[in-house]
Design a protein around this ligand. Sequence first.
Ligand SMILES: NC(=O)c1ccc[n+]([C@@H]2O[C@H](COP(=O)([O-])OP(=O)(O)OC[C@H]3O[C@@H](n4cnc5c(N)ncnc54)[C@H](O)[C@@H]3O)[C@@H](O)[C@H]2O)c1
Length: 337
Amino acid sequence: MQQILITGGAGYIGSHTAVALVNAGYEPIIVDNFSNSNQDVLAGLEKILGKKVKHYEGDCNDREFMHGVFKENSLKGVIHFAASKAVGESTQIPLTYYSNNINSLIVLLETMKTFGVKDIVFSSSCTVYGQPDELPVKESTPRKDAESPYGNTKKICEDILTDHVKSGAAARVVALRYFNPIGAHPSSLIGELPLGVPANLVPFVTQTGAGIREKITVFGDDYDTPDGTCIRDYIHVMDLADAHVKSIQYLENQQDTFFDLFNVGTGNGNSVMEVVKVFEKVSGKTLNYEIGPRRSGDIEKVWANTDKVSKVLGWTPQFGLEEALRDAWNWQVSLEK
Ligand SMILES: NC(=O)c1ccc[n+]([C@@H]2O[C@H](COP(=O)([O-])OP(=O)(O)OC[C@H]3O[C@@H](n4cnc5c(N)ncnc54)[C@H](O)[C@@H]3O)[C@@H](O)[C@H]2O)c1
């Protein structure tokens, strides 16, 4: 079985990708410093898979530690999820974000070079588009100035990867620009586990449904959208996980020096109010919500053009918003038990 290193593999998207990799016949090797995740995730993962998952506790910025991991395994490739990801927090502690997100990529690329590991899939984000001038947004749509230090780290990391490949390095790179991942594994054994108050809409919605939060605030209902609330492209995390497997397989057939990038979204936009309504339908709960002022830095509307990912990677999403919200809700219910 080919081994794939998953940095940040105990996190939300990484843990679901570990399941998808095993289902596709790979052996995931997880590295995580548990700065934004919990050891319990590994237990859930092992229950789904019915076997142990090899994992290391450590920091991707720690070169010696990373060398140890590469020495002990014969890695075929790497999926690099490890990063700090809270947009709001990144405006408070920008240096932590620049240091963690950028340095970890550099240490990783240098370690890959030392050990002759070529393939890497990188977690980028639709945040690099800002508010795009055309919708749905294509990979060729120009990126905008970042709205936050977090967003800037994603742009800079994309540039580092492009420059690395341009230099002729033996590196095969896919950057995936995720839209808005939501939902959980249908078993409800793993899912999104925000520490503290969730920064994303769906965990806030499910926690409000569960009575943990009193109400949700919808930030602005006077945007230029059909119901006035912001529009995003919500993608089921298992579909997103699958896009990583497809990317790893795609890289296997490329030349030694290679870069490509893809949008990973459904191609559909849903407003905040649509999410609230669909959640109420699938959960049978009535959500307490209020309309508040716009939140600074929020993009009005964005959704993906998915022609490239579907044509080149042969990837199409299997789940819709209802299924994703159902799985997110079942996960929330399982957490309460
Ligand atoms: N969730 C989203 O909405 C979203 C959207 C676009 C892009 N992304 C990107 O996808 C990736 C994964 O996101 P997620 O939602 O799974 O986040 P997450 O916080 O759940 O997972 C990231 C994991 O990386 C670990 N980590 C962080 N820094 C580390 C380090 N230096 N060394 C080792 N481990 C470290 C954390 O403990 C965590 O388990 C991130 O790069 C994020 O920026 C996420």
